[in-house]
Design a protein around this ligand. Sequence first.
Ligand code: NAP
Length: 569
Amino acid sequence: MSYGGKAAERLSGKTILITGASAGIGEATAREFAAAANGNVKLVLTARRKEKLDSLAESLKSEYSNIKVLPVTLDVSNVSSIEPFVAALPAEFADIDVLINNAGLALGRDEVGSIDANDIVTMFNTNVLGLITLTQAVLRIFKAKNSGDIVNLGSIAGRDPYPGGGIYCATKASVKSFSHVLRKELISTKIRVLEVDPGNVETEFSQIRFRGDTEKAKAVYAGTEPLLAEDIAEIIVFGVTRKQKTVIAETLVFSTNQASASHLYREQNIIRPIHQSVSLDYVITHYYESSNQFPISTFMSFGSKAAERLANKIILITGASSGIGEATAREFAAAANGKISLILTARREDKLKSLSQQLRQIYPQIKIHSARLDVSEFSSLKPFITGLPKDFASIDVLVNNAGKALGRANVGEISQEEINGMFQTNVLGLINLTQEVLPIFKKKNSGDIVNIGSIAGKEPYPGGAVYCATKAAVNFFSHSLRKETINSKIRVMEVDPGAVETEFSLVRFGGDADAAKKVYEGTEPLGPEDIAEIIVFAVSRKSKTVIAETLVFPTHQAGAVHVHRGPLE
Ligand SMILES: NC(=O)c1ccc[n+]([C@@H]2O[C@H](COP(=O)([O-])OP(=O)(O)OC[C@H]3O[C@@H](n4cnc5c(N)ncnc54)[C@H](OP(=O)(O)O)[C@@H]3O)[C@@H](O)[C@H]2O)c1
């Protein structure tokens, strides 16, 4: 459904232009869009190697009789060719709806001082100037119809520069900066700007970086199980197929063996053949499939693959009595078609009871244990975890969602009660509960921790000093933990929402409904189910895929306080 019916519906008839579609992520993205839309899309496949595009086009046409594909040469580093290229697109393909700026490359690992001048120009022209120029050309089409999606391929290299990556990292940092500015400039429109930042993905990337030196390319992935192109394609298609108002602004994704640009865990005796991901016959994990086998509700399902991966898992959610926590419980139940065990916790037991009843009615086979748990009462956490009923004791997923902002006072005027209230719940409660659950995960060498952060943890704003500090703490805690558990199958994921309309603002303003309402005035905020979709998407990826961070805004928002109030023209 979403995936399945809903995604197919949202993609139906769209024209999607992909750069660098001859291999790797670009090729996989073309296949994933075709699969998600059941062939009901128009693809403009561009790259330098025309023969590869032709063969991909043939393969897609033989699989989907209804698909329209235009394979066409475009070298994005030849910047002056871009405008004429867009202008000359045949009418049937000219009205682009989605632009995937994927073409990009790294050349060499030389240190500054010995980098080849031509390599510098090629990397900047391809990764940055080509992307900017094509975006400018396509943006005119998007602006004329007030819609369109731009997906830029960034990299962990654009967040975490490493020695020997001076130019490549700078190009990807440029892409990040450009994407941020563009999202802010387009805040009053329906045009969405998305960025996906992968860690190591095994494609032709390293072969090209080391100019065909297979040994060097192999060494990049030695002893690890890197992401494959199709894993990134899934994230791109997930982003594009969200509701129009939902902008999956940034997704950072690693394999379980990686936690930063240079933080990799290598198992000495894994020897992997190079390049196994780029053959044309790899299997795409269709989590979009089987759209009709799940009950239709406002909550999405994620197809049979996700249901299979979630089956019989035990999911502990904090703050499940309202908002994102409650929606996450519903979304897990829907995605697993009820074949799941939920531990629902919060302080308001009556709310948990009524949620449990509703879920049991929809999914008779669901198992639910609901219980009062105040995460700020640290001494209660251990007994809670050790005292769980036998059937719920072996937790598989911990969603650390309970959290709050209290007030908007400036530093100097913040009450001690508010400071303690926010820190004890958002940070210390989360840390203490994680410590209690982690031994269970370590014992079985698996388990997912999903921490709910916030844009506030990335971009502090006046009147939010303590709330922002709590979410920054969550962010750094998540990063450290991901690095500490790199030699295990435990995944640490963080979702960072912008404005979501829940009880959050009501709590922040001490029950003042007018003040709470004002936060969302003139905007269309995200709903808690939009965040729940992201959480369930992340947890239901392949076990080696870590959707490390997802930053998500409503289309009216492009920063912590960068909000457009009014219609999207
Ligand atoms: N809404 C937004 O715009 C937004 C944006 C970014 C991040 N977030 C984050 O998203 C998370 C969920 O917020 P929401 O928007 O869903 O707000 P919400 O509707 O107010 O829900 C908050 C949940 O946390 C629970 N909670 C609060 N203090 C608790 C404690 N000490 N122990 C246990 N549970 C506690 C509440 O349940 P009880 O009162 O029953 O205990 C409630 O279920 C929070 O971490 C928040 O910081 C929200």
